[in-house]
Design a protein around this ligand. Sequence first.
Ligand code: 13P
Length: 411
Amino acid sequence: KKAKEGHYAVGQFNINNLEWTKSVLLTAEELKSPVILGVSEGAGKYMTGFGTVAAMVKAMHDELGITVPVALHLDHGTYEGCYKCIKAGFTSIMFDGSHYPIDENVAKTKELVAVAHAMGMSIEAEVGSIGGEEDGVVGMGECADPDECKRVADLGVDMLAAGIGNIHGKYPANWQGLSFETLDAIQQKTGVMPLVLHGGTGIPADMIKKAIDLGVSKINVNTECQLSFADATRKYIEAGKDLEGKGFDPRKLLAPGAEAIKATVKEKMELFGSEIIIECLKEQGVDTVFGYPGGTILNVYDALYKHSDEIHHVLTSHEQGASHAADGYARATGRVGVCMATSGPGATNLVTGIATAHMDSIPMVAITANVATGLLGRDSFQEVDITGITLSVTKHNFMVNTPEELAQRIH
Ligand code: 13P
């Protein structure tokens, strides 16, 4: 629900073993991003049972000192599997009744919603099977019926996975793409229900962003981590590294694969939260922004560029021009002026315009980027304490440290 309000999607990354779990947790912590660890019934069996998985995840979470929210979620659970995970101490389950006739799916989902909620757990349901093969179950990739989605959403599930032409595993060359009409129709019928996009592997970035825009708040990725892991491991072996010294030690042999999983998870997490600022600005009715780009704010500029038909960016020759222009724009139009700049000198160059607007009570919002969280407070390149510097010339200022709080702060 928070992701939906915040215009981002939480990633579900399926885990297979200790290395997978460690890589996903460390990356979530590094990016200060909430994360969902997905466990399919097959992966649970592989790890000797859901009890083993729950104990490993709980202990690893504590030993690594993870501070971001972590959910341990059963992926495509059977009716029996759901009960096993409830007993094992999972925090969330998915009941996939999509292969049952709708009345049976509704009846079973209803029962499991009551049990999960009584145990303080969240529950995801599915309508319309997701294509491809997962754990031996082959789906054709249907588009779900929005009315059936509404029936299941009305049971009080916390998230709903609905088929919109998505497929588990690699997408075939002749794939038609996601059906955004279906997604839109489902969201219209289900109101504020957070929707889940399965089969995250290989969906192009622009489709992911559009899906988030239309209501997707959780995206599942499995195969892509497996492919990155296999690729990095193959390179290690092919380079003969296992034959050098103690290169056969599993801690060395599996290290490149584990790093590759981290890189994939990082890329996905950044993609799933990449348009929060743009969506919030649009929601606030902002159609003009004044600014000057720089290193740390380039991601925002990438997103702005893609939405240049909705938000007009006025490039000034220096950041000071941007803050004075935003101030002038607000005076002339009666609307809120918005300006943006990069960290350090970019941010300090805004100060005179901010002070001018503050003196004359002109409504203005200034957005600056900052150095990466791990570099904060270390006199890093292009780092200044911009909240401290602008404290006396702003009504309020915030340092946003996690993607989760971004939307709330902009609003
Ligand atoms: P991919 O393997 O295609 O990423 O799908 C993952 C998934 O949807 C898990 O439920």
